[in-house]
Write a protein that binds this ligand. Structure first.
Ligand SMILES: *[C@@H]1O[C@H](CO)[C@@H](O)[C@H](O)[C@H]1NC(C)=O
Ligand SMILES: *[C@@H]1O[C@H](CO)[C@@H](O)[C@H](O)[C@H]1NC(C)=O
Length: 487
């Protein structure tokens, strides 16, 4: 019984406690958000579990932020569906930061403290005014803060800084100063940049030769905001992708006693190639599958692999007795462009009994770059449903060209299992889904594969070969041979 009374009392307490979250509807939404300098609005549905989990945090954050001129509101989309539609709400909860009614996505956490901090940061100007007296306070604002040094009348640099501060306000704390003494203290000439960090060298500078540009600021931050060598995790992975630089993974055995020493030694390699490639370490035991995906055997640690984040190419290195030295040499050769990409290949088939040639990576160039033929290539995955449904049509297509006395010497139909084989660099494409169908037009000079974007019917494929191929070869589609599975 006591339990029930306690519950009832708690329920009453919840009911009487006034909420600091404003409830908005069609009739007052525009007026309310328009009047707020800074607000956070949650679009939710009462049945949504993530919304329910957020609710107490949202309430507490609203109360904490009330005194700071930041207002929190919510819209129940089961009641206000038109309003939610107008605001482009596609899932629940959707959170938006509103400045005088103009919205931007909320990119912060969903716990009380995180919401408070994020919104407090939104309140700061996009670019802080820093002087000799406020510099220490500025430095303490984060693990990585960026100070731009530019004269007040250097409009071009100032505009670039303002634009950068505005666009990156969620990710980087940016300050600006025109203090010449401060600039000389940190060792840069104006216009320039200095990053204050709580990792690696605490301070790094950059002096621009002319005005600062948005791209120069962006490039400086991309390089300097990343520690020399860090553990890669789901939280920081995106940061590495954003840099666009190749990423070297040092796979360690977490139990190994030499692990820490090796990581320290690798920092020298990372420093030597900073800005050209990033190096991280990762738990090889836990992420053995990732090692395999990078074409390592995935059996012994340490091991090392570089991934080109733009092309997806992989450069695996099994390590011996002197791992950090071996990595250093390998990275050096990699940046000099002397390491070929590793291309995984299934064994070469003993025979090709079908009209559709089953191509493996080791024979990709032989079949796809035949030059005297227009070659249609399907990249598939054995588990992909669309691929399975396409298979009979694709076989029939190959049969039709193989049987046609005129077309058989001009057109070849091939396929490749892209889970057992890497797409070789010579193909010059990255797969984005399965099946992917491309055509290599005949001729030595046509090295570019043409994407197929039509439906998966026999007629459309025949049309594609006839219009995109060099030979313009066409076969006739008999009505009885048409398969009606076009999805
Ligand atoms: C806005 O209107 C709704 C009804 O649609 C009402 O429940 C709510 O209290 C109003 N909110 C404010 C802040 O006036
Ligand atoms: C920044 O500081 C300068 C003086 O150093 C001052 O003139 C300017 O108004 C300040 N700007 C802001 C936004 O506080």
């Amino acid at each position: 019984m006591r339990g029930i009374y306690a519950l009832a009392a708690a329920a009453v307490a919840l009911c009487v406690r006034a909420s600091d979250v404003a409830v908005l509807g069609k009739g007052n939404f525009s007026e309310w958000v328009g009047a707020q300098e800074l607000a956070l609005v949650e679009f939710y549905a009462p049945w949504c579990g993530h919304c329910q989990a957020l609710a107490p945090h949202y309430e507490a954050a609203a109360t904490a932020l009330k005194g700071e001129g930041v207002a929190l509101a919510k819209v129940d989309c089961t009641v206000e569906d038109a309003l939610c539609g107008e605001n482009g709400v596609g899932g629940f909860p959707t959170l938006k930061v509103m400045r005088h009614g103009s919205a931007s996505p909320y990119g912060g956490p969903r716990k009380t403290e995180g919401i408070i901090e994020y919104m407090q940061r939104q309140k700061l100007p996009a670019v802080l005014n820093v002087s000799a007296t406020t510099i220490d306070d500025f430095k303490s604002k984060g693990r990585f803060v960026l100070l731009a040094l530019a004269k007040e009348d250097d409009k071009e640099s100032r505009d670039a800084i303002a634009k950068y501060g505005n666009e990156q306000r969620d990710s980087v704390i940016v300050g600006v100063s025109d203090d010449v003494l401060l600039a000389s203290e940190v060792g840069v000439t104006m216009p320039g940049l200095v990053a204050f960090r709580k990792f690696d060298e605490p301070q790094v500078g950059y002096s621009a030769s002319a005005s600062l540009t948005y791209d120069a600021i962006d490039a400086f931050v991309a390089v300097e905001s990343i520690p020399l060598i860090d553990e890669i995790t789901p939280d920081n992975f995106a940061k590495y992708v954003q840099t666009g630089l190749p990423l070297g993974y040092y796979f360690v055995n977490p139990e190994s006693s030499s692990r820490e020493l090796e990581i320290r030694q690798l920092a020298d390699t990372a420093r030597a190639h900073r800005g050209k490639l990033n190096i991280v370490w990762i738990d090889g035991v836990k992420f053995a599958n990732h090692a395999k995906a990078l074409n390592l055997k995935g059996e012994s640690w340490p091991a090392f692999a570089i991934q080109n984040m733009q092309t997806g190419f992989k450069y695996p290195l099994e390590l011996g007795k002197n791992p950090t030295k071996e990595v250093a040499d390998y990275v050096q050769r990699f940046v000099e462009g002397k390491v070929p990409a590793s291309v995984k290949s299934a064994p070469i088939p003993a025979s090709q009994p079908e009209s559709v040639i089953e191509v493996v990576a080791d024979e990709f160039d032989k079949y796809v770059f035949q030059d005297d033929k227009d070659v249609l290539v399907e990249f598939y995955a054995p588990w992909c449903g669309h691929c399975k449904r396409l298979a009979p049509t694709y076989s029939l297509l190959a049969d039709m060209y193989a049987r046609d006395s005129s077309a058989s010497s001009k057109v070849q139909v091939v396929k490749m299992d892209a889970t057992a084989n890497d797409v070789p660099p010579s193909a010059g494409i990255q797969l984005e889904g399965f099946p992917t169908i491309v055509l290599k037009p005949a001729g030595k000079d046509s090295r570019t594969l043409v994407d197929y974007s039509g439906d998966r019917s026999l007629e459309s494929l025949v049309d594609f070969i006839a219009t995109s191929g060099t030979h313009k070869a066409r076969v006739t589609v008999e009505s009885e041979s048409v398969t009606h599975d076009e999805l």
